[in-house]
Structure formats: C-alpha cells, structure tokens
Design a protein around this ligand. Structure first.
Ligand code: ZN
Length: 519
C-alpha cells in the first residue's frame, strides 16, 4: 500500500473539518472494500486485502475503520451484480462513510466505464477514495490520465483471464469435444463426443431430402408422423422445431464454437474479440454439406433474403456518435456499392430522410473518414498533454504495469508446471485406464495454456521495449507520438475512444465534427 502524500492528507483533513461541522465526526469513517474475482484464482486473498487496508487506516489518526465490505468470487467486470458494493455506495451517498479504502483500484471494477462511474459517484458523494496502488494524485489531470491508463490495463488483464477460459473451450471445440448439454435430435453424446443416434438420425435425413425437393413443412411433418418419427417428448414435430433442425449445421458434421452473431451471452464482453472455431470433422455427418447448402438456399428463398447479422464491433465509434440535427445516436452500417461493388462502412442517423418517412437531413458519413479524423484529433490532444505534463511519470506507470503483468504470468506458468507434474504422477499411478486418459488430456491442456502464457510474456516484453523506446525518444527529442504508435489495434482504438471521448456530434453536411472530451 502507498503512503498518503501531503496533498492527500490535506484533502482528508479538510474533509474531516467539514464532516465534523455537519455530523460531529471526530475521525473520518473509513470503509474497506475487498473483492476476489471468480475468474482469477491468483487474486490477493480477501483477508490479505483487508489487512492491507487496515494497516493504512491505522497509520493515520484522523481515520477510523467503520465497516468492511467484501465480495468473494464475483466477477469484477460488472458492478451491477455486487451487493456489497451497492450497499457501500448507498452508505456513501447517505454520508455515513467518508472514505473508501481499496488495496488496488481494480478492486472497484475491472471495467473502465464502470470504474469511471464508480469514481465519479464516490466523488459526487463527497466521499474520498484511497487506492493502495494509486501512483499519481487523483485530482490533477495527470492523475486522471494515469488512472484511465491503469484501468484500461486492468480491463485488458481481466479479459485475458476470461480469455483463458474461452481458450480452453475453443480447444475442446477444435478437438470436437462438447461441454455437455442435450445433443440435438439425431445425435447423442458419448464421452464428450458426438455420435449418431441410430433411431433418430433417419428422420433428419428425410427432413433434409424432402425439403430440398421442395416439399412443404406440413408434408414433411405428416410423412415423419406416418413413419413413427416424433420429438423426444413424443409429439408431432412442429413447424419451428423442424425449421431449427433444418438450420443446424451439426448435421453435416461441423461443430461451431463461439458462433459469430450467435446467441451465446456468457462472455458478452469477450465474444467479439475471439474468432469462431469451426471443426468440420468433429461430428459423424447425417447428410452431406451439399444437401445442407441446398436446403439453406431453399429456406432463404422462402423467407426472403436472410441477411447475416452485421458485426457492429467494426464500428468503434458506436455509442459515442450523435446526430447534431435530431440528437439520435448514429449507428454503423456496411453497404456494397460504387463502380467496383466495394464494401464501405458508414455511420447513419436513424431518422435520415427516406427511411420510413423520416425527415432528418444529416447525411450518412463514411466511417473510415470519420474514425481517422477522430484519431487525429485525439492524437493531438494526447501529445499536447504529454508535452505539457510530466510524461516521465506516465511512461513509468505504463512500464510498471507491464512488468507487473509479466510477473503475474510468470507465476502462473510455474503454478501450471506444478499442476502438470502432479497430474502426470496421478496418471502414472492410477490403475484405471480411463482415469489415466483423463489426466493426460488435462495435462495437455495445461501445457497448451503454459505455451500461450510464454507467448504472452514475449509479447509483453516487446511492448515494454516499445514503451522504453518511446520514453527515450520523447525525452531526447520531445517527439510527438504518431497515430500508429497510439492506436495499435482496433481494440485499443475503441478503448481509447471510450476513455477520452464523451460525445461526438455530426452536422447535416458532415462538415462539422464536434468532439467532446471526458473531463
Ligand atoms: Zn438526425
């Protein structure tokens, strides 16, 4: 934990004066907030976090411990499902607590937007936040900047941990292993593998063949009924169940995990960052791919064109962009057009003329043009900040946090090493061949995970080198950073946009782009 500097002590003493006038306080009431996340077993334990915070409180005679709030095994990604956190914020709002102490800023939340909201609320309640890892003062622009950078990195790290989980599932998908659940009609699951259900599979074949020939749903269902094929509950197939079966690509033997545009909501933050995994030979096929495609074309033609869901994650400005004329949030759309039938992306006002009789005059704006304009505006203000403030502290903060990440990964690698050894021992000592096989599979997964972490460390080390180069460059030439150095990927771009920008407004002729920064 840090030691409070003079400035923060002064702020706290002023707060005590205020609170003692209003509420007769002799000391500031400090709440301790500790959280251990479900995803990351390496988080500092709750007692440890609490002890650290307690140490800090006991060092200052103007602070007293008032209440401890702790949350165990709750994800740090979303604040809205943490009851203790909510209770604490309520007390802060009622001015029943004066100070909140956390061991690290990421205990509040690993999600930048959420944590920013939390920090804003805490300060709106005139409550003071003490974070043990806070490297800069909180009320200066540089403190705010550092805080944003730290939070962005915590968020990235949290995603990494959850990404390990997805990664393991993706690996299973590649091997054709299913996590379980109810197999679709026509298939069964044995030992995590899909196999044919001999009783049901012929019905699937009939459905596809009849549909390809142009039979109606009713004709197909009647035929199945007369042949004695029914749903697992023993009922006649319904129109919708038949439709779902005819759309299921498992029947030609393909297993898809993390389907793009799919319904899986479990890792809602993460899905967009991961590619879908397709394993084309994981399942014994009931029909051919050719027949499947033919049926899809038939179904599509019946329903009109079934457009694939647009991948909005390409539109990094979504949520920030508004029409100046009518105030509507503008959304992204991809069109094909022009002489070469090229795809181009645009942001569109939903009330633009012609769309369902709407009348807003704001023209659609080319996404590339707009995003580049915003990047260059942001680059300018980041550079202005760096030249005016203490950029060394910024770079050192960045270096430190990358080094911490490397430390965490190294420790996980050695933990995995221990687990691998123990599983190999167990595999060698069991008399059950099935159990041995399972241990070996587990070992294989751990080894994969280890390899990935080693690759991550290499990546982080090169990031560190980059930061150090930038720092030296900046120091010796006072050189401005280029756009490419700041916006290194789509994810980073989106994150930086959302950290620094509150709102962007576009006028009807697309001439005027107003960018409003977060304060
Ligand atoms: Zn509009």
């Amino acid at each position: 934990m840090k030691i409070l500097d003079e400035k923060e002590i002064k702020t706290l003493k002023a707060l005590l004066t205020e609170r003692s006038k209003k509420y007769g306080r002799k000391k500031l009431r400090a709440a301790i907030y500790a959280r251990k996340s479900a995803e990351d077993i390496r988080d500092t334990s709750l007692p440890m976090q609490i002890a650290n915070c307690r140490d800090l409180i006991e060092r200052y005679d103007f602070l007293e411990e008032y209440k401890v709030f702790q949350e165990d095994g709750v994800s740090g990604m979303f604040t809205d499902i943490r009851p203790q956190y909510l209770e604490m914020m309520e007390l802060a709002e009622k001015r029943e607590i004066d100070v909140i102490v956390v061991m690290k800023l990421d205990r509040l939340s690993r999600d930048v937007a959420d944590a920013s909201t939390a920090i804003k609320l805490i300060s709106a309640y005139r409550c003071h936040l003490i974070a043990g890892d806070d490297v800069a003062e909180t009320n200066t622009p540089s403190g705010e900047f550092m805080r944003n950078i730290l939070l962005a990195q915590n968020q990235y790290y949290s995603r990494r941990v959850a990404s390990d989980v997805i990664d393991a599932e993706c690996k299973n998908a590649r091997k054709g292993l299913t996590a379980g659940g109810i197999p679709p009609y026509g298939l069964k699951i044995i030992d995590k593998h899909f196999e044919l259900n001999e009783k049901e599979a012929p019905a699937i074949k009939i459905m596809f063949e009849r549909c390809a020939k142009g039979c109606s749903y009713k004709e197909i269902i009647d035929e199945l009924d007369s042949l004695g094929f029914h749903t697992r509950a023993g009922n006649r197939f319904s129109y919708s169940s038949l439709n779902a079966l005819l759309r299921n690509d498992k029947y030609y033997g393909t297993f898809v995990y993390n389907r793009i545009g799919g319904k899986k909501k479990k890792h809602r933050v993460l899905n967009e960052f991961f590619d879908e995994v397709r394993n084309e030979c994981a399942i014994p096929p009931i029909i051919t791919k050719k027949l499947f495609d033919k049926v899809q074309a038939k179904l599509d033609s019946r329903k009109g064109i079934c457009r694939p869901r647009q991948n909005t994650s390409n539109f990094v400005l979504t949520g920030l962009l508004f029409c100046k004329d009518c105030g509507s949030p503008m959304s992204g759309a991809t069109n094909t057009g022009g002489r070469n039938k090229e795809k181009y992306r645009r942001y569109i006002c939903p009330k633009h003329i012609g769309r369902n009789g709407a009348t807003c005059k704001t023209k659609p704006i080319r996404a590339d043009y707009l995003e580049n304009a915003v990047k260059s505006i942001l680059t300018e203000s980041i550079n202005a900040y760096l030249t005016s403030a203490d950029s060394t502290a910024l770079f050192e903060g960045l270096e430190k946090s990358v080094q911490q990440k490397i430390g965490i990964l190294s420790r996980r690698i050695s933990d995995l090493e221990n687990q691998i050894n123990s599983f190999l021992d167990k595999a060698a000592n069991t008399s059950s061949s099935k159990l041995a096989e399972r241990y070996e599979k587990q070992t294989e997964e751990y080894i994969c995970s280890q390899e990935q972490k080693k690759a991550d460390i290499a990546q982080l080390k090169s990031e560190l080198q980059q930061i150090q180069n930038l720092k030296n460059d900046f120091r010796s030439h006072n050189r401005a950073l280029t756009e490419n150095e700041i916006f290194t990927s789509k994810e980073v771009t989106r994150e930086l946009f959302h950290i620094f920008i509150r709102r962007i407004e576009i006028d009807d002729q697309n001439d005027d782009i107003s960018v409003f920064f977060n304060d």
